[in-house]
Design a protein around this ligand. Structure first.
Ligand SMILES: *Cc1c(COP(=O)(O)O)cnc(C)c1O
Length: 453
């Protein structure tokens, strides 16, 4: 097929993937198991079921089944916004004067504005199937809370969202939309939970953190009848649901005869990146392809580039199981000047393992460079990107310019994980020149590392 004039790689409704792709099945060396925080023994399914729905526990612990069927009703829900657009960035290529081809998969085309709806819908669907009435969660910048509120409204389940306090103040419109979809929103840390009260007593002026909001949502779920906790990133079952992104890319690119040389994603907890690369990584591991996988993260929250690969807690309150991952320590709190999202201290254990085994490259970026790339992209491609996604844009531009220098015609695919429509405060601070960069010193990081058990 000639690609001379193709800009959108279309998939019809029957071409939508019927299966999620579990990349752990392709790994020769599997990620280490989660450990019970008390006994330090591998966690059992039974223990995990106290917190998560049974089907999600099964998916979380399954490192062997490659393809997992997407339930019919869920697929129907997906079809209201999927397949998401896969677009060739022709204008950007031209502006950069690069011989490289640049493609991006845009996940911001639903009201919640990001890829998070893919896992939100799946998790709420399974909660409904299991007969649960209530869910709790945390949200940082608000994308996950919005996605989950949408999914809960659709499947008719009650939702309580603990939103990091600074974000709820910085992003009143996120709060408004979460409440519009019917969820109960509580700024965290709060007086609602024991852990919230403890954190407030120690540090009354804290603006909160994602790890702290996780602790509160977990406690609330344990104390509320017919309730489970759901999580928007980091866990392997979340990455599994996000693999619909990579599956759609693979099907479309195969159809158009395109093989990516470089795949790029921004990394917070790792779900959009993991989902994007899922169907591609196996061929790299088996030596069939030599695709480069690049994770890009903020220099102010650099888990993959400066963190330790160690067992650590997923939350500040140190209540979750221990996860073997790249981490800055559960006590790490990113600078309040940081506006670009991706604030989590750890990283999905599968991606962490792939990074440790050398299959994934990682780099970090200053937020002012990220916003510069965001504006360049927005002006020429006509999509205002989420600050998180703009990390991937920056890496894609850098790789495309590298191709220009070497006169190499590579194919670059990146994940445009969401829209920036709710991030205008951050754009305003970039535009008026008040945005600053913060790179933690080794001493600052040491403080976080000292909280690793
Ligand atoms: C939440 C979010 C991210 C980061 O989460 P991952 O789990 O690392 O994907 C990235 N982009 C957008 C738009 C988000 O909302």
């Amino acid at each position: 097929m000639s690609l001379k004039n193709v800009t959108r790689m279309y998939l019809s409704e029957d071409e939508i993937p019927q299966y999620w792709y579990n990349m752990r099945a392709d790994m020769k060396k599997k990620p280490d198991p989660m450990l019970h925080p008390g006994t330090r023994q591998p966690l059992t399914a039974e223990e995990l079921r106290a917190v998560f729905c049974s089907e999600l526990v099964k998916q979380e612990m399954d490192a062997d089944t490659r393809l997992i069927k997407i339930p019919e009703d869920l697929l129907d829900f997906y079809k209201s916004t999927r397949p998401s657009p896969l677009i060739r960035a022709r204008f950007l290529e031209k502006e950069l004067g690069t011989p490289a081809e640049i493609y991006y998969k845009f996940e911001g085309n639903n009201t919640s504005g990001s890829h998070k709806l893919n896992s939100a819908a799946a998790q709420v669907y399974y909660a409904k199937e299991e007969g649960l009435k209530n869910l709790t969660t945390e949200t940082g910048a608000g994308q996950w809370g919005t996605a989950l509120a949408m999914a809960c409204a659709f499947f008719k389940i009650n939702l309580t969202v603990y939103m990091v306090k600074v974000s709820s103040l910085q992003k009143p419109y996120r709060k408004a939309i979460i409440e519009t979809f019917g969820a109960n929103l509580i700024p965290s840390p709060s007086e609602t939970t024991d852990v919230g009260r403890r954190i407030l007593a120690e540090n009354p002026d804290t603006g909160g953190s994602l790890g702290c909001a996780v602790s509160e949502a977990l406690e609330d779920a344990m104390k509320t009848p017919s309730c489970r906790y759901v999580l928007g990133s980091v866990m392997d079952h979340v990455v599994l649901h996000q693999s619909i992104i990579g599956q759609e890319c693979k099907i479309a690119l195969d159809k158009y005869g395109i093989t990516p040389d470089i795949i790029i994603g921004c990394a917070g907890g790792g779900s959009n990146l993991g989902g994007l690369i899922a169907p591609f990584i196996g061929e790299k591991i088996s030596g069939k392809t030599n695709t480069r996988f690049i994770a890009i993260e903020p220099a102010s929250c650099p888990s993959l580039t400066r963190g330790r690969f160690a067992y650590d807690f997923g939350d500040t309150g140190k209540t979750t199981p221990l996860i073997k991952m790249y981490t800055l320590g559960s006590g790490f709190i990113p600078s309040s000047e940081h506006a670009g999202g991706l604030r989590y201290h750890g990283m999905n254990p599968t991606l962490s393992k792939l990074r440790d085994d050398g299959y994934i490259e990682a780099r970090s970026a200053m937020q002012t460079d990220v916003f510069k790339a965001a504006l360049q992209f927005a002006k020429i491609e006509g999509i205002l990107p989420a600050p998180e996604s703009s990390h991937a844009i920056l890496a894609a531009i850098d790789e495309a310019l590298e191709c220009k220098k070497r006169n190499e015609k590579k194919v670059i695919l990146f994940g445009l994980s969401g829209t920036g429509s709710f991030d205008l405060a951050a754009y305003m601070s970039y535009n008026d020149g008040t945005m600053t960069d913060h790179v933690p010193t080794d001493e600052e990081l040491e403080k976080g590392f000292s909280t690793i058990p």
